[in-house]
Design a binder for this molecule. Sequence first.
Ligand code: SF4
Length: 281
Amino acid sequence: MYYVRYFDPWRSGLCTCPTKYSLNIYTGCDHSCIYCYITSYIPNAFQIRIKRDLIKKLRMDLKTIDKNRVISISNSSDPYPTVEKKLGITRRAIGILAQKRFKYQIITKSDIVVRDIDILEESRCCVATTITTLDEGVAGKLEPNAPSPKRRINALLKLHQKGIPVVLRIDPIIPFLNDAEIEQLVDRMSFVDHVVVSTFKPRFDSWSRFRSVFPDIAGRLEKLYFKSGRKIGNSWYLPRDMRLDLLRRAKNAVEAYGVSFGSCRENFYSHPSCDGTHLIE
Ligand code: SF4
């Protein structure tokens, strides 16, 4: 396979994802979220690069892969970076997937996705959007180049109104920064079909960015992560009880609206799936 790969959650024992494929349309992502993990394995990760012959090679990959497995687009980039508006590579790629009836999930923070409603409506797909806060000021520091939370919510609402299954990701939940907003976020987005949550799991590089942008909060978190917490793989996890309390709170908030709940890389309750791919028919 050229660009479609088996999804590899870094062999994390805490990942509960169904078997699926991963397709990154672009290399890198210019949303530049300070908590992003791709900087730990992609050089110049916040610079977008175009993949050579993506469409041609995607067509070749599709001849060899299992049509019943979902293609996750994307886990190490956003399929709708700023240049996508001009280039339309993601549009062409999902057009092919729709035509050939492959199942796929879009994961994006961009409202450019609304441009492709015509294709999404004809697809076996769902669309997931991450919203970490309703506070535009905090979002501007956390996700400096991503569209505002308001634009993301409007985009997801438009997709929902067209009958496209939509997923909210509250990812990451960061104690002292956005944990107080869990219920409010769920309430604002209660129209979605599924909610995925995940606690902040800093790595060396994401932690140093976080510390420089939010030094006071980092000071409060330091002991929790690096003394009472646990390192799993290359990521630091919150102390178990605190982590599970946050996840339980989120689950209760979500289920109060009759919406299904999943958690990402937490090995915590998820039903019917952790990532929302059960929505794809
Ligand atoms: S949108 Fe996702 S891939 Fe892009 S910088 Fe933010 S966290 Fe990283």
